[in-house]
Design a protein around this ligand. Structure first.
Ligand code: MN
Length: 426
């Protein structure tokens, strides 16, 4: 096992026992000190942020790949992403070593330590990357079956292509926002079944989608596909994604070209990117695939990840949130290597900082459905919140928070959260 993933590693930085960010995690993000100053790249450790620009400026990244370059004193991860796996591994190994309980270089250098280690409460998190392109897959068989049943009936739930390729659409990158950004209920056109002509107004069936996203590294040249066997080397790490969805707008507009205004009014990301290297111990088998995929989608070995996912909802009248969904990334039918291979098999080029998202992660049981559309079965089975309020879809003032984590032996590798509140239509 990679030394940086050793469960027995401890840091000289205090890490609470239930922390998402022990030394085995070391997620990357972009932050700005509330006191002022330029944004830069940091790594979370316990309840602190390690400022990598400070360490870079004093020559602490002295490995062969990172020594000649400066990539951390900027407001995006893109330059670092473009360097590829060698740079990512080198950075993680350096940071892990500097934070080890028995390594004095930073621990015993009070001046440097105080400049480089910032309490998390003193920083604001920004979007981790400048995301040029965003693709959203549709890779949960349970989700596709549930939604298809509701929109087309149980006989036509899965379209004929679904078991043969990872379905996706090109999303909108301009409306990606970082966790904590509140969103106004969108206006749009819809056609309730009860009326003849479409109507215009604020969405009446606003929803979330529980998803995980992955940031692309160096990418591929136009015309040069990424084989499934190489796909994992092209992904830097994962974040939580809330693909906010207006179901009434979506249901009316989606034929024949798929999602558009029902989706592109906002998509929220968690700020900390958990690296593929930190996730490596949590690889696991995904569902069996039948029929067998075409050879270009062939993968071997465990290609899924055991990531616990939860959705919490808090209305404007509740003092604390209530959990309304528990799911797991491992339920996804199509794995991330297959998604990358399929996305590029025609020669489409991925670029550093591109975001691919999994699609709604629904599991086999009703409490694992990753959207209100499914949890309330299109509003026909409202759920009851902790204070007795009912929900079919989101109401103004509702706050939706996703959490995710991998459970190790005595520690967890966590994603933190992605949260956002629904404001009234403007
Ligand atoms: Mn989605």
């Amino acid at each position: 096992m990679n030394l940086t993933n050793d469960p027995s590693l401890r840091s000289w930085v205090a890490v609470p026992p239930d922390s998402d960010c022990p030394i085995q995690n070391l997620p990357f993000g972009v932050f700005r000190r509330r006191a002022g100053g330029e944004p830069g790249v940091g790594v979370a450790i316990g309840e602190h942020v390690l400022d990598l620009a400070v360490l870079e400026a004093v020559g602490r990244f002295d490995g062969p790949v990172l020594r000649p370059v400066k990539v951390f004193g900027t407001r995006t991860l893109n330059a670092f992403l473009a360097l590829g796996r060698g740079a990512w591994s080198e950075a993680r190994a350096t940071i892990s070593r500097l934070l080890r309980h028995d390594e004095p270089a930073l621990r015993d250098n009070a001046t440097l330590r105080e400049r480089a280690l910032v309490p998390m409460q003193d920083v604001e998190m920004l979007l981790p990357a400048e995301i040029g392109d965003y693709t959203d897959f549709y890779s949960s068989r349970e989700h596709a079956t549930n939604v298809g049943s509701m929109f087309r009936g149980p006989d036509k739930a899965l379209m004929p292509n679904w078991l043969h390729l990872p379905v996706a659409y090109h999303g909108r990158a301009s409306s990606l926002v970082v966790s904590g950004t509140d969103l106004h209920r969108p206006h749009g056109q819809s056609k309730p079944e009860s009326v003849e002509a479409p109507v215009f107004g604020p969405s009446r069936s606003l929803d979330f989608e529980l998803e995980v996203g992955y940031l692309v590294g160096p990418g591929n040249a136009l015309g040069t596909p990424i084989p499934a066997a190489d796909a994992l080397d092209h992904l830097f790490g994962m974040v939580l994604v809330n693909d906010w969805s207006a179901r009434d707008i979506q249901a009316w507009e989606y034929v024949p070209l798929g999602p558009f205004l029902g989706k592109n009014f906002g998509t929220s990301l968690s700020p900390w990117v958990v690296t593929m290297e930190a996730l490596e111990p949590f690889r696991t088998d995904g569902p069996a695939q039948d029929p067998p995929p075409l050879p270009y989608l062939g993968t071997s070995g465990p290609m899924s990840y055991d990531i616990n996912l939860e959705v919490h909802l808090q209305s404007g009248r509740m003092d604390e949130p209530v959990r309304i969904c528990r799911s797991n990334f491992k339920y996804l039918y199509w794995n991330i290597a297959q998604q990358v291979a399929h996305h590029t098999v025609n020669g489409c080029n991925l670029r550093p900082g591109d975001l691919l998202a999994s699609g709604t992660v629904s599991g086999p049981t009703p409490d694992s459905f990753g959207s209100l559309l499914e949890l309330t079965w299109r509003g026909t089975r409202p759920i009851t919140l902790g204070n007795g309020e009912e929900r079919r879809f989101l109401e103004d003032g509702d706050r939706v928070t996703f959490r995710g984590w991998c459970q190790g032996n005595g520690y967890r590798v966590g994603f933190g959260e992605v949260t956002g509140r629904i404001l009234p239509a403007s």
